[in-house]
Ligand binder design. Structure first.
Ligand code: ADP
Ligand code: ZN
Length: 220
């Protein structure tokens, strides 16, 4: 496998640290990072009809309907060169999305190579999501205590709290994850694509675990 051509899905519950690992993996593997959540937030910022439609679901913690989601993500993916790698983050989140993705990729080029599953217990997720802030410049997700200044430690940008990181939405998102997204994991497990990573502990330890697993896979 050549760097730059690896096709990965980053998988895990909301708050597992997919966004953080994505920023690191994107540089390590030299592939573009395609985040469905970032794409929706971008559309909303630009006030496109699609963005406004999606925000009604997002703010309630519900999944955006499959047809809308698939269109916006595939649009990005099919722009790539057939041999380019990528890092998908937040997509697929339903079994239907996963099936359509495989279908489109295999007719156009090649299917995904691996799914990196970041495993974190539910109790930890609730705590993380309520302390989460996002940088308005570099999009990095950061954990802050309420008393800390709302400034990004990576780039100095201004931090904001996502409108769907409130208690009601967080609980709904975790329920939706169990009900609609776990089947995606089973779908990929049946194809033997899943690498499971313990997503608890300090970020640099998790980075190292991810890197070690990917190196083992790439050199086998
Ligand atoms: P997180 O994983 O932390 O919940 P994301 O930024 O990945 O956050 O997604 C935010 C919201 O965007 C989700 O709660 C959901 O409403 C919507 N969304 C993102 N990806 C998808 C998807 N693949 N299918 C449906 N809705 C999605
Ligand atoms: Zn920043």
């Amino acid at each position: 496998m050549i760097m730059g051509s690896v096709r990965l899905v980053l998988f895990g519950p909301p708050g597992a640290g997919k966004g953080t690992q994505a920023l690191y993996l994107r540089d390590y593997l030299n592939v573009p990072h395609i985040s469905s959540g970032d794409l929706f937030r971008y559309h909303l910022q630009q006030k496109t009809p699609l963005g406004i439609q999606a925000s009604e679901y997002i703010n309630k913690g519900l999944l955006v309907p499959d047809n809308v989601t698939i269109e916006i993500v595939l649009d990005k993916l099919l722009d790539l060169h057939p041999t380019d790698g990528f890092l998908l983050d937040g997509f697929p989140r339903t079994e239907y999305q996963a099936r359509i993705l495989s279908e489109k990729l295999t007719t156009k080029s090649k299917d995904i190579d691996k799914v990196i599953y970041i495993d974190v217990p539910i109790t930890e997720l609730v705590r993380r999501l309520s302390n989460r802030y996002i940088c308005s410049d570099c999009q990095a997700p950061l954990q802050l205590n309420p008393s800390e200044p709302k400034i990004c430690s990576l780039c100095g940008g201004e931090l904001y709290q996502r409108s769907d990181d409130n208690t009601d939405s967080v609980n709904t998102r975790l329920d939706v994850y169990q009900r609609e997204t776990i089947p995606v994991l089973d779908f990929y497990r049946s194809q033997d694509l899943v690498i499971t990573i313990d997503g608890t502990g300090p970020i640099d330890c998790i980075n190292k675990r991810v890197q070690r697993h990917i190196e083992t896979w790439l050199t086998q």
